[in-house]
Design a protein around this ligand. Structure first.
Ligand code: IPM
Ligand code: MG
Length: 354
């Protein structure tokens, strides 16, 4: 198969981690006889420097016209003082909205090799931690009006029934493919948008009688994720709650550097990115963990290109690399062999087999 992949290296550690993911994709192409064409796209701080715009229209167009998009990370201190509408992150938000990828899937799963890296007690980690956060990605407070008037700043949080319904259905369908448990997370004791969220979810649950449904307030959910994470199978929530809870969930698995994500909308063209940021403090030092990006590439093969076997092969290679005792510094522990970003990518490529 031949696929056009828009590649956004971005800022900070972005170029390093994406470079390793492309090596892995190249090896997959060679083993399975595919052709992956990479189309470079500028987005984020580097695009601000080059064009004065974090995502020029032409760059967005390249993404929308591709078969899928692979992204490293954007942002950094260098662009902290630019106005809000021009920040590197604004490029990412415009990309998500422009691609219409409303459904963001963020897995929280402990690799057995890394159970020591979790900050949770062993007795909690030993229960199976394996859940997915389905985050609404192109609505809510991220996309409401933002303005500052004198000494007052305003951000609008708004959701319509149809926006809630389309992500709610993804939540139920994701649960149907897993252990059939869905927890809808909101703040209905305070927010109107959350009361609407809850009402829509309760209406939807009638269509999915095979799914065990519950709802939970977001503050309680933040607590439950560290207290008893094995209770969760699929969590569905709105944009900002999903942002916060997915960082928390990633940490209990050991390292945010390991977690991939997929974002999909109505078409098969998806956006695939690790959930971590651009980590400018370690950029260019060859110490970042590229596994979140490599696993994002695997998700791209699985969800957008229907290449499940190839995706399995990447995940197996990552597992073999961990089994062999290699670790980047973020997940380093006693007795393991520390490697840099490049070496990590090369080793994973060397473990890839058909
Ligand atoms: C994420 C990031 C982004 C978000 C930022 C960089 C805009 O934190 O993907 O979780 O808040 O969505
Ligand atoms: Mg985040």
């Amino acid at each position: 198969m031949s696929k056009n992949i828009a590649v956004i290296r971005g800022d900070g550690i972005g170029p390093e981690i994406v470079g390793e993911a492309l090596k892995v994709l190249d090896k997959v192409a060679e083993l399975y006889g595919h052709t992956f064409n990479y189309i470079d796209v500028d987005m984020g701080g580097c695009a601000i420097d080059k064009y004065g715009d974090p995502l020029p229209e032409g760059e967005l167009k390249k993404c929308v016209e591709s078969d899928s998009v692979l992204l490293g990370a954007v942002g950094g201190d260098k662009w902290n003082d630019v106005p809000g509408y021009m920040r590197p992150e604004k490029g990412l938000l415009r990309l998500r909205a422009g691609m219409g990828v409303y459904s963001n899937n963020r897995p929280a799963k402990i690799w057995k090799q890394l159970s020591d890296a979790s900050p949770l007690k062993k007795s909690i980690v030993d229960e199976c931690i394996d859940f997915i956060i389905v985050r609404e990605l192109i609505g809510g407070i991220y996309f409401g009006e933002h303005k500052t008037e004198g000494d007052t700043a305003i951000d609008i949080l708004k959701y319509s029934e149809s926006e809630i319904e389309r992500i709610g259905r993804i939540g139920f369908e994701t649960a149907q493919k897993r252990n059939k448990k869905l927890c809808s997370v909101e703040k209905s004791n305070v927010l109107d948008s959350s009361r609407l969220w809850k009402k829509v979810m309760h209406k939807l649950k009638e269509d999915y009688p095979d799914v065990e449904f519950s709802d939970m307030l977001v503050d309680n959910c933040a607590m439950q994720i560290v207290k008893n994470p094995s209770q969760f199978d699929v969590i569905v929530t709105e944009n900002m709650f999903g942002d916060i809870l997915s960082d928390e969930a990633s940490m209990i698995t050991g390292s945010i550097g390991m977690i991939p994500s997929s974002s999909l909308g109505a078409s098969s063209c998806g956006l695939y990115e690790p959930i971590h940021g651009s980590a400018p403090d370690i950029a260019g030092k060859d110490i970042a963990n590229p596994i979140g990006t490599i696993l994002s590439a695997a998700m791209m093969l699985r969800f957008s290109f229907d290449m499940a076997e190839e995706a399995d092969a990447i995940e197996k290679a990552v597992s073999a690399y961990l089994d062999a005792g290699y670790r980047t510094s973020d997940i380093m522990s006693e007795g393991m062999t520390q490697v840099g970003c490049k070496k990590c990518g090369e080793l994973i490529v060397s473990y890839l087999e058909k």
